[in-house]
Design a protein around this ligand. Structure first.
Ligand code: PTJ
Length: 259
């Protein structure tokens, strides 16, 4: 008997989550994702489980504010790492076109080869300009140890607003000290990045990015006054607290169900 090999059955109850893993594993095999990126994803998955694996209203609120902030920026930049390139490069390119924000490849686990592979992928998928890859336009952010300090002088270096999905805490603090507004996606509401960023989107970037693209389409014809009002009423700390409460409620619900 010939047995057909199936990696993931289509009716598997955790199909969505497993398919995201496949994308990352594929990205790893193609040299896009770092091996540490696979571990980082596991941490994210655990928080996503606790959050209920759906985009919350407070995540939507953060994304609306993020979009308004990026529209109001003089020089918005979207920073791309290995995980983002593997998980949602198409949506990121669409977002950069809507917002008129440039794309920069910037890696924590620096590798010139991986940067080139990511830039090629983005180019193949229609990105017009990719920063962070030309040696002569690279600059360093002072007093920052990690290789994320290597940025493009025409990108993160001069940006006023930076969208960094999956950022690390040290660089987030540094970018803030340099006067930049930092927007991040991070499923962990307790991480230093979540706690330090100006706008923290506590959602799985794979789900959230689609909402961010759609809300940006909606906001693209709004005037400055309308956009500023969205930004003014947003309170990031309170919004993070709502995610922590959501985790708490989910845990309690689980305990009650077993009583
Ligand atoms: O490609 P590189 O070299 O730039 O490396 C990228 C990683 C992600 C490995 C690097 O930036 C890293 O080590 O990140 P951290 O410090 O582990 O932080 C990743 C954060 O993102 C953690 O708090 C995770 O919970 C969260 N996270 C992981 N996957 C997702 C996520 N947040 C949103 N959506 C996800 N899919």
């Amino acid at each position: 008997m010939q047995i057909k090999k199936i990696a993931i059955p289509k009716n598997h109850p955790r199909l969505k989550s497993l398919l995201i893993r496949e994308k990352l594993a594929d990205g790893f095999n193609k040299g896009i994702v770092s091996n540490q990126g696979l571990i980082a994803h596991g941490r994210g998955e655990a928080f996503d489980y606790l959050l209920g694996e759906s985009t919350t209203n407070n995540a939507k609120n953060a994304m609306k504010t993020a979009s308004a902030t990026l529209f109001l920026a003089k020089f918005p930049i979207i920073s791309i790492n290995g995980n983002i390139a593997a998980l949602c490069s198409k949506e990121i390119i669409e977002l950069s076109n809507i917002l008129n924000a440039k794309l920069e490849v910037n890696l924590f686990y620096h590798s010139t080869k991986r940067k080139k592979i990511i830039a090629n992928l983005l180019q193949k998928e229609g990105a017009k300009e990719i920063l962070g890859v030309k040696k002569k336009s690279l600059k360093q952010i002072n007093n920052l140890e990690s290789m994320r300090r290597v940025v493009d002088e025409n990108g993160i270096y001069k940006a006023d607003v930076v969208l960094v999905p999956l950022e690390d805490g040290d660089r987030c603090i540094k970018l803030k000290q340099l006067g930049k507004t930092v927007i991040t996606f991070d499923l962990n509401p307790f991480s230093r990045t979540s706690q330090t960023a100006d706008i923290t989107i506590i959602d799985n970037v794979v789900r959230g990015i689609k909402y961010l693209v759609n809300i940006s389409k909606e906001l693209s014809n709004k005037d400055t006054k309308y956009l500023k009002r969205i930004v003014t009423v947003f309170n990031n700390k309170k919004n993070i607290d709502l995610s922590v409460l959501q985790i708490n409620n989910n845990l309690i619900k689980n305990v009650i169900n077993h009583e």
